[in-house]
Design a protein around this ligand. Structure first.
Ligand code: PDD
Length: 278
């Protein structure tokens, strides 16, 4: 692969980072994941807006403009002949001798690389995803897309051990979100229920794009937390993320949601999302 490192496009074997990088030592950094379909970036403006916001919230200066980031991402797509997959971007505070405090003039580290991945027409699309509920053990600023992902790594490992595709994290009996996705349920009266954005969850870019389309899908929005029991009793369940787009959730903790098959409303919303994105 050709990757991006601080302004240079290099073969991945030549891209070298300091062992003193604060992303590595402290998890002092943020990231973005953007999908690519037919060589085109999906929801790019939303990801760039969130990148700027995350960086601003922890005072890491973006070394290039978001316009230049997008140009770099497009060059990676081209040089790697990427038609379908993801572009990963990471911005860290930079490298200097280990100290919790950092120098004001520290140069940030910016990395981008592509990942080939089949995003459309996977078997999961037809059968739906299974999720496992786990305690939400994260910090109080989940709205920042921080690279400190240990709770999510552990959550996904537990889900995988149970044969599940994703973990849904629970706090005070309510689902906060998936380990790397936004969580929703659909009620019998066609309400799409999901949390409003707050410091409790990451504001999903796919969520933002999908919510524009729900009316057309015959749904109305109800922004509020829902419990695990509500999810088990729901007509349909859904998750969204870059890479998954809009996906049906058909099993929670081994129990079927509705009749255990992807429902008509989530299918329609996925269709609309993909039509709109491409
Ligand atoms: N994860 N919530 C969390 C905790 C996430 O990590 C993600 C994305 C989302 C969905 O956001 P979006 O729709 O913007 O992808 C929600 C990415 C895909 C990842 O970590 O790989």
């Amino acid at each position: 692969r050709i990757v991006y490192l601080n302004g240079e496009f290099l073969p991945e074997s030549e891209a070298k980072l300091s062992i003193f990088d604060r992303g590595f030592l402290f998890g002092d950094g943020i990231y973005e994941v953007t999908s690519v379909i037919d060589g085109k970036l999906i929801d790019s403006d939303l990801h760039m807006a969130r990148l700027e916001r995350s960086a601003g919230e922890i005072d890491i200066p973006l070394p290039i403009t978001t316009q230049q980031v997008v140009e770099a991402e497009r060059r990676l797509i081209k040089e790697n002949n990427l038609t379908e997959g993801l572009i990963y971007l990471q911005l860290t505070r930079g490298a200097e001798d280990r100290n919790f405090l950092f120098s004001d003039d520290l140069a940030p580290t910016l990395v981008m690389f592509p990942q080939v991945k089949k995003l459309i027409g996977s078997p999961q699309e037809a059968i739906g995803l299974s999720v496992k509920s786990v305690p939400d053990q994260r910090w109080a600023r989940r709205d920042i897309k921080s690279v400190c992902l240990l709770p999510q790594v552990m959550a996904k490992r537990i889900a995988k051990a149970e044969g599940c595709d994703e973990a849904w994290m629970i706090e005070d009996g309510f689902v906060t979100e998936g380990a790397s996705s936004t969580a929703y349920i659909i009620s019998a009266d066609k309400k799409l229920i999901t949390r409003g954005n707050s410091n409790k969850t990451l504001p999903g870019c796919t969520r933002q794009a999908a919510l524009q389309l729900i009316e057309e899908a015959g749904l109305t929005l109800e922004e509020r937390p829902f419990t695990l029991q509500e999810a088990l009793d729901a007509q349909e369940a859904v998750l969204t993320s870059a890479g998954n787009f809009v996906m049906p959730v058909t099993k929670i903790d081994g129990k079927p949601v509705g009749d255990g098959k992807p429902g008509p409303l989530v299918k329609r919303l996925r269709e609309l999302y993909l039509e709109n994105a491409m």
